[in-house]
Design a protein around this ligand. Structure first.
Ligand code: BMA
Length: 806
C-alpha cells in the first residue's frame, strides 16, 4: 500500500473567508485545516464555535495528484479507510466512487481512470446538512434528544453537538488513504475467532480472498508456535482453519491476572510459494459471557471472563477530541494510564462516538481494560429504510470483523438509550408508526454478531432489561442508566436504586481552573460569565449544579468558592453512588460512571477535563474503585460498615470505628471485625451506641483499617457548625516539585490543592483529604516551575470546605 497523504489542498466556494487550495492534512478534517491555515479562530476558545457553523453547511473539495508509471499489477485500488462523510471520488475527472457513511472503509478499482504520468484525485464532500435534509424528505424525520439531524446520516453523532460537546460538523479524509496495487489475489478479510478450552487455545481463522485470477492459492496461519496451512482452490474465495494451541496463558482483565498476547499471522501465497499478502494481529485467549440467568432479585447482568464473574468498575468513553483526527496513540495511552491509575477496569464506548480505533483496542488489550462497544446509535429514533439499512449492515459487518481479534472487547451493545427513548420520551406519537431502529437492535445487529462473532455477547441496548415485557430501564433487570439524579433529584437518591448493572450515572463540575483560563478570556471569570455559559451545554446545567450545591454545601462567596465546591460536590455524588453500588455486590455487578473524558474544555460530567487535567472526581474514583474499599452505609435506620474486597485473597481485619465531635474528641468507639472472601463484600452493623449521634450537626464517624478510612457525617456541610479552618503548612522543594505538608489545627474537610492555578502543567497526588485536629497530610506537587511557596499553601490553591465563610 502506498499512502496518499501528501500534496492535498482543500477549497470551497462562497465561504465567509476565501478557501482556495488551502494546504490540507490527510488524515484530517476541514476545521483543523482552516485552523492551521489561520483562516478561522480556534473553535474551542470562548464562543468562537458560534461563528463557524457555516463550515458544516459548505461543500468541500479535497485535491491532490500523484504519479503512476503504468500497468504492472492486475489491480490498482484506491483504499479509503474512512471518509467523512458524503463524498464523490473522482480521478482525472472520472467518477470512481461515492460514499455516505463515515463508519465504513472503501476500496475503489481505479483501472478505468488511471493514466500513466500525473493523476489528479479529487474528493468532494457535500454538506452533511444538505444530505440530512434530503434524507428527511426521503424517509421522514425522526425524534431525538437534540435538535440536530444526526440520526439521518451515518456520521459520528456528537459531531452535531451534544450536552457536553460543540457543534463542529466536520468533513474530510479522516482515515488513511492510499493506493494498493496487487495481482492474483489479496486477503479481503481475516476473521479470527479466539476461545480457550481448559489450557488449549482455540483459534478459528476465516480467510476470505479477493481474486484477480483463478489460480490456486495457499494460506499459512501461525499462532503460538502452531502452524496451519490450507489451499484455496481455483473456484473458491475462502477457507477456514482451526488451530489448537496447547498450554496457553489466559488473558485476564486487569486486577484478575496478566494480559499475555499472542501474534497471529496469516500469509496468502501462490501455490508456488510467492507471497501475495499478509495480515497480523495479536490475540488473547479468554472466554467471555454475560450471565443473565434470572434470580430472586430479577435479571442480573454479570460480565463473566474465563468463568469468573467480574465486578465492572467502569467509565463511559466519548471521543477524546471533537476533531477525532487529532487523537494520537500517545494521547490515548495517557488517557488509559489515567484510567488505570484510577483503578478502572472497563471502558464503555458510547454509541454517539465511533467504532474505536486499532490503537484504542491494542492499548486496552495490553492494559487489561475491558471494553464494551456500542453500535453507533444514540439518543434518537433512527430510520430503518434504505439507504440506512444497507449502510448499517455494512458498517456493522466491517467492525464486528475488524475488532474480533481483540481480547479487550467483551460485549457489543445495540444502541445508547434508544429503546428507553422509545418507551419514555414521547417518540411513538411523533413517529406515527414510522420505523425507529427496533429492527436494527433486535434483529439485524444480533444476527450479524451471531454470524460473524459468536464468541461475544450482544445486548440490544443500554439500558435494556432483557425482554420487551419489562421496562428497559428497570433497575432489577439488566442494565440501567440513572439520570433522575442530576436532572431532577439530589444525589442521595442514588441510594433509592440497587441496579443490577448501572451503565450510566453522572454529575457535573467545571473543568480545572487552568483549563478554563486557557479556553476563556472572560474578565472576570464568573460562574455565569459569557465563556462559562457557552462552555456549559447541558439543559439547565448551571441550575442543576446550583441545586446540587444548595442541598449540601455552604454558599459560595464568588467564583473561586463556586469552582471548588462544584468540583467537590461532583466527586462526592459519584463517591456516594459507587460505594453504594459496591456495597450491594453481587446483586449489583457493575458501575460505569458517565464519563471519563471530555472532547473540549467544558463543564461536564467528566473526571478528566478537555485539557487532560484530573478533576477531584478522578481522585475519588481511585479510592472508590480501589481493590479494597471500606465504606460506611446507611441501612435500616442504622449504619453498617461495608468492606469490599476485589482481590483474589481474603481480607481479614478489624476496623476501629470512632465517633468524634468536631474538635476531634472521641465520643465512643468500637472495633468491627470482618473477614471478606475474595471478590466479595461483608456488611457489618455498627452498634447504635457508636453509630447514632446525640447531636448530628457536630458529630462524625470514622472507621480506620491501616491505610483505609471511611467517614460518615450525620448532617450536610451547610448545617454543620464547622470551626473556621486553621492549619499550619510547610512547603519543601523536592526533586520533582514541592512537598506541601498541612497540619490541621481544626477539622479540615475535603482539603485539596490546585497547583494548576500557579503552573498549568503542575499536578498533585491527592485530593479531598479530611483531617482531624493534630493530623497532617503531605501533598506531592509535580512541577518544573518555580512556584511561590506562600501562594502554594493558601487560598485559592489550598482549599477546604470549612474555609468558606460568609
Ligand atoms: C446520557 C448519555 C449521553 C449524555 C449523558 C448526559 O443520555 O447517553 O447521551 O451526554 O446522558 O446527559
Amino acid at each position: 500500500m502506498v499512502q496518499l497523504h501528501h500534496g492535498w489542498s482543500v477549497s470551497a466556494r462562497n465561504t465567509p473567508v476565501p478557501v482556495d487550495r488551502v494546504p490540507a492534512a490527510v488524515p484530517g478534517c476541514v476545521h483543523t485545516d482552516l485552523l492551521a491555515a489561520g483562516l478561522i479562530p480556534d473553535p474551542y476558545l470562548d464562543s468562537n464555535e458560534n461563528e463557524l457553523s457555516w463550515i458544516g453547511r459548505t461543500r468541500w473539495t479535497y485535491e491532490t495528484s500523484f504519479g503512476w508509471s503504468g500497468p504492472e499489477d492486475d489491480r490498482i485500488d484506491l483504499v479509503c479507510a474512512g471518509l467523512d462523510t458524503v463524498a464523490v471520488i473522482s480521478l482525472n475527472g472520472t467518477e470512481v466512487g461515492r460514499t455516505a457513511n463515515m463508519h465504513r472503509g472503501y476500496r475503489f478499482d481505479l483501472r478505468s481512470a488511471l493514466t500513466p504520468g500525473r493523476n489528479d484525485l479529487r474528493i468532494t464532500f457535500d454538506s452533511a446538512y444538505d444530505y440530512t435534509a434530503a434524507m428527511a424528505r426521503q424517509v421522514g424525520s425522526r425524534p431525538g434528544a437534540y435538535d440536530e439531524p444526526y440520526n439521518l446520516i451515518r456520521k459520528m453523532a456528537c459531531n452535531f453537538g451534544w450536552d457536553w460537546g460543540p457543534t463542529v460538523v466536520t468533513a474530510g479524509i479522516w482515515q488513511p488513504i492510499g493506493l494498493h496495487s496487487w495481482s492474483t489475489a489479496r486477503l479481503a478479510q481475516v476473521r479470527p475467532q479466539v476461545t480457550v478450552d481448559g489450557t488449549t487455545g482455540v483459534v478459528d481463522v476465516h480467510v476470505d480472498v479477493e481474486r484477480a485470477s483463478t489460480e490456486s492459492l495457499h494460506v499459512t496461519v501461525e499462532v503460538g508456535g502452531v502452524v496451519g496451512v490450507a489451499s484455496i482452490g481455483p473456484g473458491s474465495i475462502g477457507t477456514t482453519l482451526r488451530l489448537s494451541v496447547p498450554d496457553v496463558r489466559r488473558w485476564w482483565p486487569r486486577g484478575y491476572g496478566e494480559q499475555p498476547l499472542y501474534p497471529l499471522r496469516v500469509v496468502l501465497a501462490t501455490e508456488g510459494g510467492r507471497e501475495l499478502d499478509r495480515w497480523e494481529r495479536r490475540v488473547g485467549f479468554r472466554t467471555v459471557r454475560v450471565d443473565t440467568t434470572p434470580d430472586e432479585h430479577g435479571t442480573p447482568y454479570t460480565v463473566v471472563v474465563n468463568d469468573v464473574p467480574v465486578f465492572v468498575k467502569g467509565v463511559n468513553w466519548i471521543p477524546d477530541d471533537a476533531f477525532v483526527t487529532r487523537i494520537t496513540r500517545e494521547r490515548l495511552a495517557e488517557r488509559f494510564r489515567q484510567a488505570c491509575d484510577a483503578n478502572i477496569n472497563y471502558l464503555r464506548v458510547w454509541g454517539g462516538g465511533r467504532y474505536e480505533s486499532e490503537d484504542f483496542y491494542e492499548l486496552a488489550d495490553e492494559l487489561g481494560l475491558m471494553v464494551g462497544q456500542d453500535f453507533l446509535f444514540a439518543c434518537a429514533a433512527y430510520p430503518e429504510e434504505e439507504p440506512f439499512a444497507a449502510e448499517v449492515a455494512a458498517e456493522a459487518r466491517e467492525h464486528v470483523v475488524r475488532l474480533a481479534s481483540h481480547p479487550s472487547l467483551v460485549t457489543w451493545t445495540g444502541n445508547n438509550e434508544n429503546i428507553w427513548g422509545f418507551a419514555d420520551w414521547g417518540w411513538p406519537e411523533k413517529l406515527a408508526g414510522r420505523s425507529w431502529g427496533a429492527g436494527f437492535y433486535h434483529e439485524l445487529l444480533p444476527a450479524i454478531v451471531a454470524e460473524l462473532d459468536p464468541t461475544r455477547p450482544y445486548w440490544p441496548g443500554s439500558p435494556w432489561s432483557g425482554t420487551p415485557d419489562i421496562h428497559p430501564n428497570d433497575p432489577a433487570h439488566g442494565t440501567m442508566h440513572i439520570w433522575d439524579v442530576w436532572n431532577q433529584v439530589d444525589y442521595t437518591h442514588y441510594r433509592d436504586y440497587v441496579p443490577r448493572f448501572c451503565a450510566e450515572f453522572g454529575f457535573q463540575a467545571p473543568p480545572a481552573y487552568a483549563t478554563l483560563r486557557r479556553a476563556l478570556h472572560d474578565e472576570p471569570l464568573a460562574s455565569d460569565s459569557p465563556g462559562m455559559r457557552h462552555h456549559q451545554k447541558a439543559a439547565d446545567g448551571d441550575l442543576k449544579l446550583r441545586r446540587g450545591l444548595d442541598a449540601h454545601l455552604p454558599e459560595p462567596q464568588g467564583f473561586d468558592d463556586w469552582h471548588y465546591l462544584t468540583q467537590v460536590n461532583q466527586a462526592r455524588a459519584i463517591r456516594l453512588a459507587v460505594e453504594h453500588f459496591r456495597s450491594h455486590q453481587p446483586v449489583c455487578m457493575g458501575a460505569i460512571v458517565w464519563q471519563l473524558n471530555d472532547c473540549w474544555p467544558v463543564t461536564s460530567w467528566a473526571a478528566i477535563d478537555g485539557d487532560g487535567r484530573r478533576k477531584p472526581l478522578w481522585y475519588v474514583l481511585r479510592d472508590a474503585y480501589a481493590d479494597r474499599l471500606l465504606t460506611i452505609q446507611p441501612r435500616d435506620g442504622g449504619l453498617v460498615l461495608v468492606a469490599s474486597n476485589d482481590t483474589d485473597r481474603p481480607w481479614q481485619a478489624s476496623a476501629d470505628v470512632t465517633s468524634h465531635d468536631l474538635s476531634g474528641k472521641a465520643l465512643a468507639a468500637t472495633a468491627v471485625a470482618f473477614d471478606v472472601a475474595p471478590r466479595s463484600v461483608t456488611v457489618t452493623p455498627i452498634p447504635d451506641g457508636v453509630a447514632l449521634p446525640e447531636e448530628p450537626r457536630s458529630e462524625l464517624l470514622r472507621a480506620v483499617v491501616g491505610e483505609q478510612q471511611a467517614w460518615w457525617f450525620h448532617a450536610e456541610d451547610r448545617e454543620i457548625d464547622y470551626p473556621a479552618a486553621r492549619y499550619e503548612t510547610t512547603v519543601a522543594p523536592t526533586a520533582g516539585g514541592y512537598a506541601v505538608t498541612v497540619t490541621a489545627g481544626t477539622i479540615l474537610r475535603d482539603l485539596s490543592l490546585f497547583p494548576d492555578r500557579l503552573d498549568p502543567a503542575a499536578t498533585v497526588d491527592q485530593a479531598l483529604v479530611t483531617l482531624l485536629p493534630g493530623e497532617s497530610v503531605t501533598f506531592t506537587v509535580h512541577t518544573t516551575a518555580r512556584l511561590d511557596a506562600t501562594a502554594l499553601a493558601a487560598q485559592p490553591v489550598l482549599r477546604c470546605v470549612n474555609d468558606i465563610t460568609a
